[in-house]
Design a protein around this ligand. Structure first.
Ligand SMILES: C[S@@+](CC[C@H](N)C(=O)[O-])C[C@H]1O[C@@H](n2cnc3c(N)ncnc32)[C@H](O)[C@@H]1O
Length: 401
């Protein structure tokens, strides 16, 4: 495979893309922005990696798919896409963002949101009694100042589940609404703000989905029926059991694993400072483990890094059984203690049969690799102790020998 200088430059630009993990995700017109998954990477980075290390018609896999950044970009680049994640919220988001909806779905969600925003307060409270938010999900939203918000959510989720068309799209809008008005906010919104917020979430999500849909149609044209965009809930260690993947080996994996030593709340929101709620699961209509450390590859204790490396090694071995011979892996990894943790991660890749590739033209550091400083994103602020000077992420490129 010829690796072009231009492609490498695009990869570097994508990795260093100003602002953040997810800059394009800040553009509300993009489907990426329908939900800003914690610790997501930039779509510009994912796209550059896909264009550089795969060809149209290839399959690209992201076994830690999170909010679906890789999959959405892969399909836009004419690649088949396989996405998996242990977290069912992640697989819900990837599938709901990436689906090509029918006209009836959009119309149904528009009607649903009009009804929701017009529902009088008394009916909302009735819904709260008949369809309460389950105890295991409500968390910090149990506080009395959230009564109206809980009532609205009960009514709106109940009607979303009853939709014949567009049910997942309506749930995606509710997740967007909650992330905008509940997560990391000190005070609850007023009911009026919440109602307007729903309308806005629906308008923006439908507009973005239509743009995405148009772009996919243009890219695939007459071959749309052959396109595969698959989403599965699975631990990376178990991927080898997916027959669909065995039939058609991916040429490339693009991902960010959980970051060793960095604790991220992938499935929770924080309301009023630090009170947590796992309501995203209920809004998405998924079930699964919502415990704090389940999606971090090994929790937090002192033996944490050993568990992490064991699971990571098993995951990479599983991946190596699936990838095409000569296939590539491009990953962005962040560390709490890079000097200790990077060598462990590199030997795990080695043990799984991957060989590291380095390209001088994109190196930012004497170790020959491309590093980026982590900007002040939610995960960074929320998880790293104040004494940590700066944290960095590195782009690692490997080839399956
Ligand atoms: C850094 S995030 C990926 C973000 C993604 N690149 C994006 O742009 O949205 C890491 C993901 O790994 C998932 N994960 C953790 N342990 C896993 C495991 N054993 N198998 C598969 N996925 C796992 C987490 O649920 C999380 O969604």
């Amino acid at each position: 495979m010829a690796i072009s200088r231009k492609g490498l430059r695009a990869l570097k630009d994508g990795a260093l893309h100003v602002g953040s993990v997810g800059n394009i995700g800040l553009d509300r017109r993009s489907i990426h922005a329908a939900y800003r998954y914690p610790a997501r990477f930039s779509p510009v980075f994912a796209r550059a990696a896909i264009e550089l290390f795969s060809a149209p018609g290839d399959t690209v896999i992201d076994p830690f798919c999170g909010g679906g950044t890789t999959g959405l970009e892969a399909t836009l680049c004419g690649r088949h896409s396989f996405n998996s994640d242990l977290n069912p919220l992640a697989t819900f988001l990837t599938s709901a963002k990436g689906r090509l909806y029918e006209v009836d779905d959009y119309a149904s969600v528009e009607r649903w949101s009009e009804t929701c925003t017009a529902t009088p307060m008394t009916d909302l409270y009735d819904a709260l009694l008949e369809y309460p938010i389950p105890r295991e999900y409500v968390g910090g939203l149990r506080r009395p100042e959230y009564n109206r918000i809980r009532a609205a959510l009960s009514a709106w989720v109940r009607s979303a589940t009853e939709l014949d068309n567009g049910s997942d799209l309506s749930r995606l809008c509710l997740l967007r609404l909650g992330q905008r008005w509940l997560d990391l906010r000190k005070d609850p919104p007023t009911l009026d703000e919440f109602r307007k917020g729903l309308q806005e979430a629906v308008d923006q999500t439908i507009a973005a989905s239509l743009v995405h849909q148009g772009a996919v149609h243009r890219r695939w044209q007459g071959e749309l029926k052959t396109r595969r965009f698959v989403t599965e809930q699975a631990a990376i260690q178990d991927l080898r059991h997916f027959p669909a993947l065995r039939r058609r080996s991916p040429a490339l994996a693009v991902f960010s694993p959980p970051y060793p030593g960095v604790h991220i709340l992938y499935q929770r929101w924080q309301v009023e400072g630090r009170a947590e709620t796992t309501i995203p699961f209920w809004l998405a209509g998924v079930e699964g483990d919502t415990s704090a450390t389940i999606y971090t590859l090994g929790g937090r204790g002192t033996a944490y890094i050993d568990v992490f490396i064991d699971l990571f090694t098993a995951g990479m071995k599983s991946l190596s059984e699936l990838l095409e011979p000569g296939g590539h892996v491009v990953q962005m990894v962040g560390f709490k203690e890079p000097a200790k943790q990077l060598p462990l991660l590199l030997s795990a890749m080695n043990e799984a049969g991957f060989r590291e590739l380095q390209y001088k033209s994109i190196a930012t550091h004497d170790d020959g690799r491309l590093w980026r400083k982590v900007s002040s994103q939610k995960w960074y602020n929320a998880v790293l102790p104040e004494s940590t000077p700066t944290s960095s992420e590195v782009v690692l490129i490997h080839r399956l020998d």
